[in-house]
Structures are given as C-alpha cells and as structure tokens.
Design a protein around this ligand. Structure first.
Ligand SMILES: [Zn+2]
Length: 431
C-alpha cells in the first residue's frame, strides 16, 4: 500500500497539467508556470429532468482555463449553455449566461473546487488562503468547506486523488459530491460528480491539445470596499468578506482603526484603504474590542507596520502569541515578534482625546475581556458586536448586556461592527 505524505501542498502535485510521468505524487510540479490557456474535453452526463427516473442525457463539453495577471477563469462550454467562474483577487464572479454575479464567500468553496479542479494550483491557493480550515489526518486532508467537511485522499494502489464531500440531500438522501483526479502518462483526467438541489450530474474531462473555442472571459475588476465618512474624521468601511464594518478615526496625523477582522489578507487591504483615506497619518493605533476572530484576525499587517495595538489587558499575552506565531503554510504572512500591544485595564484616551477607551470586561456579557470605545467629537459609542440595529427597527438586538455605566460619555450615536447585512451603519440615540 502506498502511503502519501499528507500536506496541503499535495494538491499542487495532483496529476493534472503539470506533473511529469516520472514524478511522484508529492513532487511539486517542475513546470511552475502553466500556460495562459489550457483546454480539456469530455462529457457532461445529466440526470433529473428525463422521462423516467435515472434517465440521463450526455453532452460533449469543452473546459478552458484562462490565466491573466489579476484573474483566473474557468469556462465550461456545453452544447446549449456556457458557465464561467472567475477568481479576481480574492473575489469570485460567475456568469451563467446572464452577466457577472458576485459569489458569496460561503458559496464559493464548492464552486471553486468544481471549476478549478482543472487548475489544481489555483485550487490549492484557495485552500491555503485559509489554513485554519485544513487538518491533516492519516486518512487524508480534511477541509472544512462551506457545505460540510470534505476529505482529500489518495486511493491505495492506483494513481488517483479524490475530494469527497458527503451531504444530506432533500431528494436523493445521503449523497457524496466527489472530484477524482487520475494521473496518467498520456493525458491526465478529472471527474466531478455533483448533486444539486433539483438534479445531479457527472463531468468527465481529459486534458486536450486543442485551442479554446471562444475569446478569453473579461471578468469585472476586484471589488473595492464601500466607504463613508459618517462624521468628520470618522470613516466606516463595509467589508462583505467578513460581513462586518470597520471604523477608522482620523485626528490630525494620528489614525485609530477598530477591530480588523478575520484574516491577514483583509487586514492588509485595510491598511491600504486606511492610508488612502488618511495619507497624512504618521501614528497608527488599533483598538481590539475583544478576542473573537472578527476583531483580531486582521491584526498582523497592522502590527507589522508598527501600529500600537490596544486590547483588553486580559488578552494581551494571548495576542502577542497570536502575532508572533509561525505560519509555515502562509509564507506571505511572517510572524510579528515585537508587536506593540498595550493592555487596557483602566479608562484611557488615544489620538489627543479623539478616542476614549473603557474596559467593561465581563459586564459586557459577551466575553470576559472587552473594551468599549467612544468617539468624542461625534459622541459616538462603538460597540463592536455587542448589539446591532436591524434596518427599520430602533431597539438593539443584543449579543450581551447593553452597556449601562458610561461615566461621562454622553453618546448620541452608536456604531455596530457586525453584521453588515440588513444592519444600520449608525444608530441615533433616542433614549
Ligand atoms: Zn464577539
């Protein structure tokens, strides 16, 4: 039985396109630069709308991989329809024949796997962009996809690698969506089996020498974040990737950013967005309201550029460890061993008093360590995810206790960071 060294980089060595006939499964491809266009041909077998249960129709299919400077697209051309998925930066767009539609991050995993099965290096990049969702076991590589837990594993004794996503299906019962890569000296192949809500299908593809039958797709440019200055010097960015908002306060040459969410990638884009809004800022601070990933995940790029981080005192050591930890699977995100992290254990002010901080810790009812912030000039309370206001309503929906003891703060507005959907940007105080 052949044992395979399981690592996320395994996907890079899948048989498609790049591996030479003599290389082993765990070799990285020697030809690191794939061609601009690759073509696969095969059949699309479709079940679900035929005259009898189990009846299928079969169409010829051509699949093209187009690689550009800032985007990569896969086009499926079947007899009567065309379906295209493009990855632009970190965004996904799909065109099923009616124009480009953004794909929500939660829906993106299977679509990425399904379309980019013919470009395993791009698929591997998608997995490695979020290594927290990967776990290597002796049975294979587990991937926490949006739709469930998938396993990527080789079959002993033959040259195949399979991604398996078992799911409960409302019509077909328990199903297993699968992608199987098969290595071959002549022409590597991939097979995709998928159960959708009202149908199921099988796509079989083999690498071909032909030229693409259409022009390259032209996907939309990478999205920019919606931004508004809700009062002078108070900027709010909408971050759809995180379903959240991030606030930036600018006072002269000082800038204070609140709670960069989820990932170093988002954190790095926020650095750029903040600098674009406030090019005059020379001194940066970041306020961390509490330890949840929506409030700490994007800190590393800020720490790397020398921002002073203010966080609840009880999580200071934990944060320092988080920032300094090695991430060998994310070579572009090196550790920050000497981050400046200030533990907030009593009320304090930042940026010449433009921002005031107050530790409320366990009385937040949300986490044991919590810092509340007040934007002095606009009399705005920043409450992170302690509560939010649904559009069309006035009472806050709480995820903890409404803060009662505000000392001398007399807020007239409040900003909530989470969620983005259906939530007001800013709430006008009416009590
Ligand atoms: Zn939280």
């Amino acid at each position: 039985m052949r044992r395979i060294g399981w690592a996320p980089t395994l996907l890079l060595a899948t048989p498609l396109a790049h591996a030479s006939a003599s290389s082993s499964w765990i070799d990285l491809p020697e030809a690191a630069v794939p061609p601009d266009v690759e073509v696969f041909t095969g059949s699309f077998v479709h079940e679900g709308h035929g005259p009898t249960p189990g009846a299928t129709t079969t169409d010829a299919v051509t699949v093209e991989v187009w690689r550009g400077e800032t985007s990569a697209c896969v086009v499926w051309r079947v007899t009567s329809w065309t379906d295209t998925l493009c990855r632009v930066g970190d965004d996904l767009f799909r065109d099923e024949g009616r124009g480009w539609q953004p794909v929500a991050p939660t829906a993106g995993d299977w679509l990425t796997a399904q379309f980019f099965a013919v470009a395993p290096d791009i698929l591997a990049g998608h997995l490695l962009a979020d290594p927290a969702r990967l776990h290597a076991t002796s049975e294979g590589l587990l991937w926490a996809m949006g739709e469930g837990m998938a396993t990527v594993a080789g079959q002993p004794g033959d040259d195949t690698l399979t991604l398996t996503l078992p799911r409960a299906h409302p019509v077909f019962g328990d199903v297993s969506d699968e992608i199987t890569w098969t290595r071959s000296a002549s022409a590597p192949s991939v097979e995709i089996v998928r159960a959708e809500a009202n149908t199921r299908w099988r796509l079989q593809l083999v690498a071909a020498d032909g030229r693409p039958s259409g022009a390259p797709p032209s996907p939309p440019p990478p999205s920019t974040w919606a931004h508004q200055e809700v009062s002078p010097g108070v900027h709010v960015f909408d971050l759809p990737e995180a379903d959240s908002r991030t606030v930036l306060v600018v006072q002269g040459d000082e800038g204070v950013l609140f709670d960069p969410p989820l990932s170093s990638d988002i954190g790095a884009r926020l650095v750029q967005a903040a600098k674009a809004q406030a090019p005059q800022v020379r001194t940066w601070s970041v306020v961390v309201s509490h330890h949840h990933p929506h409030y700490t995940g994007g800190l590393r790029p800020w720490a790397r550029m020398g921002a002073t981080i203010h966080a609840p005192a009880a999580i200071r050591d934990w944060l320092l460890e988080l920032l300094a930890s090695d991430r060998p699977l994310s070579p572009d995100d090196p550790p920050v061993p000497n981050a400046r992290v200030v533990g907030v254990s009593r009320p304090m002010k930042l940026a010449g008093g433009a921002v005031a901080l107050r530790p409320i810790d366990a009385t937040s009812g949300h986490t044991e360590a919590f810092v509340l912030s007040y934007l002095t000039a606009s009399r705005t309370l920043y409450i992170a995810d302690l509560g939010w206001w649904k559009e069309g309503t006035t009472a806050p929906r709480l995820r903890g206790n409404w803060p009662e003891d505000l000392g001398r703060w007399k807020p007239t507005h409040a900003i909530s960071a989470f969620p983005l959907e259906n939530a007001k940007v800013r709430w006008d105080w009416t009590m």
